[in-house]
Design a binder for this molecule. Structure first.
Ligand code: ZN
Length: 119
C-alpha cells in the first residue's frame, strides 16, 4: 500500500491554495490537517484542512477529495478556529426544530445570559 505523504500534501496545498478573501497565498505553518481520512483507502481519501490567513486573519476550511489522480477541493470561509473545527467536525447538523426552538427562545429573551445559562 502506498504511503500517504502529508508533508508533501501540505506543501502542495500551501502552494496552490489562496485566501478567497484577500488572495494571499497560505503559509504551510498556518495550514493544519484536521481530518486525514486515514480510515479510507489511500487513492480515495478526503482531507479536512483548516487555514488562517496571515494578512486578513480570515479562516477557511478546505475539504479536499483525492480520487486516484484527481484532486477536488472546496473552500468555505469560517469563523471557526482549527480547534473548533476538530471539535465540530463529527457533530450532527442542526435540525430545523432546533432553529425554530432558538427563534422562539430569542423572541422573548431579555438578554440575561447569566440566568438563561443557569437553567
Ligand atoms: Zn486573506
Amino acid at each position: 500500500m502506498a504511503k500517504f505523504d502529508y508533508n508533501k500534501i501540505l506543501q502542495w496545498l500551501a502552494y496552490i491554495l489562496k485566501c478567497p478573501v484577500c488572495g494571499q497565498k497560505y503559509n504551510a505553518d498556518q495550514t493544519k490537517v484536521i481530518d486525514s481520512g486515514e480510515d479510507k483507502p489511500v487513492n480515495s481519501r478526503s482531507l479536512l484542512v483548516h487555514t488562517d490567513c496571515e494578512r486578513c486573519k480570515s479562516s477557511v476550511v478546505f475539504s479536499i477529495a483525492i480520487d486516484g489522480p484527481e484532486i477536488f477541493s472546496i473552500g468555505m470561509v469560517t469563523d471557526l478556529t482549527s480547534q473548533d473545527t476538530s471539535k465540530f467536525k463529527n457533530r450532527e447538523p442542526i435540525t430545523s426544530d432546533e432553529v425554530l426552538a432558538t427563534h422562539e427562545f430569542l423572541r422573548t429573551f431579555d438578554g440575561d445570559f447569566k440566568s438563561a445559562l443557569r437553567k
